[in-house]
Design a protein around this ligand. Structure first.
Ligand code: ADP
Ligand code: ADP
Length: 226
């Protein structure tokens, strides 16, 4: 089954920047997929469109069979996204941040609390549940972003540069966590500008440059070519 299908996707921002020129790619259910490219290539724009944070200019995006044009609400429920920047309220409590997010997806309060506890525990943040987000270390904030992205049990998890600015120890533990999650069946897409990260984690890779896909292959074939 196809988790994500992108066809002829284009994006021109209002300032005239053509961020995506013609992107097509498929990500299969259960895959661990890397979108690799230099700064400004169009990775965040692609992710923004798939997670309904950015409007596309043209083309089609389908998530587990639900088109963003005709079934956006169903498509949105299938996706959890971890943006690069911390975009939670720094003064809100850790537990409340995750529970509130579940509420956005229509999950009833009781179930939202159960799910929030499950993911805060898995990410080693349960002891911090009553702290305000601003009291967390950088690494903990990043884990909070992941807990929040998972709370509605999306089938597809998308992470934008998950280890940018992260020290080596936390990077390793983040890689282990994502590998486990993928082994349990979650489809994962991450963007990175760092081949080693893609190589350590991902089975398939697309390379994006100036808003076009210049390579789309399995990791093994790519490494043989390099
Ligand atoms: P959309 O076409 O999706 O509505 P906009 O063109 O309105 O997006 O831009 C969204 C916001 O991002 C604007 O507030 C804009 O100022 C800001 N922005 C502009 N240029 C950049 C950039 N290079 N990188 C990130 N954000 C930018
Ligand atoms: P990447 O994630 O690969 O670094 P982006 O998708 O952020 O690339 O950016 C692709 C291009 O679009 C860049 O030229 C960037 O400056 C521009 N851009 C990104 N966001 C906006 C925005 N909101 N408004 C205008 N231009 C943008």
């Amino acid at each position: 089954m196809t988790a994500l299908s992108i066809r002829h996707l284009t994006k021109t921002y209002k300032n005239g920047v053509q961020a995506l020129r013609d992107i097509s790619l498929d990500v299969h259910k259960g895959d661990f997929f890397a979108l690799l490219g230099p700064n400004g290539a169009g990775k965040s724009t692609t992710i923004g469109i798939v997670s309904s944070l950015v409007n596309k200019s043209g083309g089609e995006v389908t998530i587990f069979g639900h088109s963003l044009d005709s079934a956006r609400e169903l498509a949105k429920k299938k996706v959890g996204v971890v943006p690069q920047e911390f975009n939670f309220n720094q003064f809100e409590k850790v537990f409340d941040i995750v529970v509130t997010q579940a509420g956005f997806y229509g999950i009833p309060a009781g179930a939202a609390k159960v799910a929030a506890e499950k993911y805060l525990r898995r990410l080693g943040l349960w002891e911090k549940r009553d702290n305000q987000a601003r009291e967390l270390s950088g690494g903990m904030k990043r884990r909070l972003m992941i807990a929040r992205a998972l709370v509605h049990e999306p089938e597809l998890l998308i992470l934008d540069e998950p280890t940018a600015g992260v020290d080596i120890e936390l990077r390793r533990s983040m890689w282990d966590f994502l590998t486990d999650l993928n082994r349990q069946g979650k489809t994962i897409i991450l963007t990175t500008h760092y081949l080693e990260e893609a190589e350590s984690l991902c089975r398939h890779i697309a390379i994006i440059d100036h808003g076009t896909i210049v390579e789309n292959t399995d990791m093994k074939s790519l490494l043989e070519k390099l």
